[in-house]
Design a protein around this ligand. Structure first.
Ligand SMILES: [Zn+2]
Length: 258
């Protein structure tokens, strides 16, 4: 089903240093069109950032997972700058999704209320296949959800998103420093994060230490996802998808890809 297109808006290029955790996959034309729609862009808009018709057909879609990340980074830049487009939230767009979904990416983020992926990437309905767990901890339900996104929804990019000031990582730091284990199933979260925290050299600078642990957990979850899931691993090896990690800064609203 055709997606409604919107008039593109010129935006500056994202100022983010990129290093891929897993090599890039390639985008199908369907995903490329979905990407354009998620941005509110047409191919004409991408090529020249024109202000032409909102219904111009896409002719030169992006072809790599890097292009998807660029779209997400551009959305994050809009969000951080206080200029979000809030795409794909209206009734017509909602109705266009009734027969199926074509998200441009799967995002595994912390469950923290301040890190809602659709908001921080300035995306809308149908744009992101979102999986969330405190500290981006992997379990069978999380991995299975991501596998569904990779195998059946064919997302070309999986992004694992940690964030500054993560309470789950902070709780793990407290345990590693000799504190008591948390009650209930929270202890299971801590046990899953603990290897990443223990791999980070300790520091007297608490903020820097926590930030390093947050990065380690995001990178570790991305790597562990590929290691744990043959479905994801095979999709990466075949170039159908890529797995990357990033960290969201609460204060600036900006996401840095690790
Ligand atoms: Zn968190």
């Amino acid at each position: 089903m055709a997606r409604p297109r919107r008039t593109p808006a010129c935006r500056p290029s994202p100022q983010i240093t990129l290093t891929t955790v897993i090599d890039d996959g390639r985008l199908s034309r369907r995903h490329a069109l979905g990407l354009l729609g998620a941005l509110g862009l047409t191919a004409t808009g991408l090529a020249g950032c024109s202000s032409g018709s909102s219904t111009t057909a896409a002719t030169s879609p992006p072809t790599t997972a890097d292009d998807v990340w660029a779209a997400l980074a551009a959305g994050n830049e809009r969000f951080a700058a206080g200029e979000p487009l809030h795409p794909h939230e209206d009734e017509a767009y909602r109705e266009s999704l009734v027969d199926g979904q074509h998200p441009i990416a799967c995002v595994l983020s912390c469950a923290d209320s301040r890190v809602a992926p659709e908001l921080v990437f300035d995306q809308g309905l149908g744009d992101l296949f979102t999986v969330r767990s405190a500290g981006e901890v992997l379990d069978d339900a999380v991995i299975g959800s991501i596998e569904y996104a990779v195998e059946h929804v064919a997302v070309p990019l999986v992004a694992v998103l940690g964030h500054a000031g993560c309470g789950a990582v902070r709780a793990t730091v407290d345990v590693v420093r000799g504190g008591p284990a948390p009650d209930g199933a929270i202890g299971a979260l801590v046990r899953e994060i603990e290897p990443a925290v223990r791999a980070v050299p300790t520091s007297a600078d608490d903020d820097a230490y926590l930030a390093a642990c947050v990065e380690a957990q995001a990178r570790g979850a991305a790597a562990a996802l590929v290691a744990a899931s043959p479905i994801v691993r095979e999709a990466v090896a075949a170039g159908r998808t890529a797995v990357v990690a990033g960290v969201y800064d609460l204060e600036s609203g900006r996401i840095s890809r690790l």
